[in-house]
Write a protein that binds this ligand. Structure first.
Ligand code: GTP
Ligand code: MG
Ligand code: ZN
Length: 363
């Protein structure tokens, strides 16, 4: 069921409550600091974000390079829990100041223990890759940081949208994140849906994206999927109901995330996962489960940037007669020619204009 839209007044009241909460927290944090209630600085890894606090897994810094990190009893017990797959025991819930900037799952932070059991985030350490997406109000929201691979999960059911795939790819390309496409639920392939899906995936294979396959039901592909993900930091993204959490459960024994059947009529997911969460592979590497989405806006981009997210267009657009070619109706457009010759997918070309049009309308 669609969520009821909030009125302006309701939105304002929610914002007011949130602001008041933030102010109270600021006061509390300032007080603890003045009274010297905060423990020594420690490094940690953000494993989940819950709006008003984040869950942080302590990291022990070997040999204390640069800064001296005190080894306390707390640290020792945190180290013990670090060896667990989930690592949720020994994690610390941390508050953060409103002015600290964004904090996101996968971020490394410096935090200090407070007397009330909560920690306080001091600094968010510099991150490599940050995957962001706009929330329904168009505000850019970071999803996960420091990731090596974005695993874009698609399925026969719910049916994949090439538009959604392209939007994810554009976002990832522009943020320099490596993408792999994973066709999950291969057990649901049949004569009816297979040709269309294979054709769709072939387009992406031709451009050079890696396409993997898996089924949580038959276990097809799970071993090689795990080999690919081991020792890397990956995030599962995609529509709701494609099986992201089910895959995490299968790949990591001991993890038991909530999963839910698709809704009867629409065959769409039920938005079961609400927070991105990071898990460890026993032999190294991390896997982040993220909430599924219906739409993927790219409102933070300017229309001119979109083309850089289309890797298959690059060799053609440099050949256009006009340097400022919009690839629309201009004479001598090498991209249009490539589409006519079948060297560039018509669907991708169509999606490109769709994205640009929406950005121009909103801009
Ligand atoms: N047939 C089949 N069903 C699967 C497979 N993987 C997951 N499912 C089912 O798909 C449904 C949705 O799975 P979830 O793991 O909750 O999907 P999700 O992507 O995490 O969804 P959100 O958290 O809403 O984004 C559940 O009923 C799973 O049992 C698969 O390989 N084959
Ligand atoms: Mg889920
Ligand atoms: Zn052109």
């Amino acid at each position: 069921m669609a969520k009821r839209k909030l009125t302006r007044k309701q939105n304002w009241r929610i914002q007011k409550v949130q602001d008041e909460k933030a102010q109270r927290l600021e006061k509390k944090l300032a007080n603890s600091e003045v009274q010297g209630h905060l423990g020594a600085e420690q490094e940690g890894l953000v494993v989940s974000h819950f709006g008003t606090f984040v869950e942080v897994e302590p990291i022990l810094v070997e040999g204390a390079e640069g800064k001296d990190h005190e080894r306390t009893e707390d640290n020792a017990s945190a180290e013990a829990s670090n060896t667990g797959i989930l690592g949720s025991e020994g994690n610390i819930r941390c508050h953060f100041r409103a002015n600290i900037g964004s904090i996101v799952t996968g971020d490394k932070v410096v935090w200090r223990q407070g007397k009330d059991g909560y920690g306080v985030i001091e600094v968010v350490l510099p991150r490599d890759a940050l995957l962001s997406r706009p929330d329904p109000r168009g505000k850019l929201k970071p999803v996960a940081a420091n990731i090596d691979f974005l695993v874009l999960v698609v399925t026969p059911e719910p049916t994949p949208s090439s538009m959604l795939i392209d939007r994810y790819l554009v976002a990832a390309e522009l943020q320099n994140i490596d993408v792999k496409i994973l066709l999950n639920k291969t057990d649901l392939l049949n004569e009816g849906n297979q040709p269309k899906i294979e054709a769709l995936l072939q387009v992406y294979k031709d451009i050079g994206y890696e396409v993997m396959r898996s089924s949580v039901v038959t276990s097809e592909g799970l071993v090689s999927l795990k080999q690919q993900l081991d020792n890397n930091i990956s995030v599962f993204v995609g529509q709701s109901g494609v099986g992201k959490s089910s895959l995490v459960n299968s790949l990591l024994p001991g993890v038991d995330l909530k999963v839910a059947e698709l809704s009867e009529g629409s065959k769409l997911g039920r938005h079961t996962t609400t927070n991105a969460r990071l898990f460890h592979f026993p032999d190294g590497g991390e896997l982040i489960d993220s909430p599924g989405i219906r739409e993927f806006g790219l409102w933070h981009l300017s229309p001119e940037n979109v083309i850089d997210g289309y890797r298959d267009f690059q060799e053609h657009v440099v050949m256009c007669r006009f340097r400022d070619c919009k690839h629309d109706r201009e004479p001598g457009c090498a991209l249009q020619l490539a589409v006519e010759k079948g060297e560039v997918s018509e669907q991708r070309f169509h999606n490109y204009f769709n994205i640009v049009d929406i950005l121009e309308e909103n801009g």
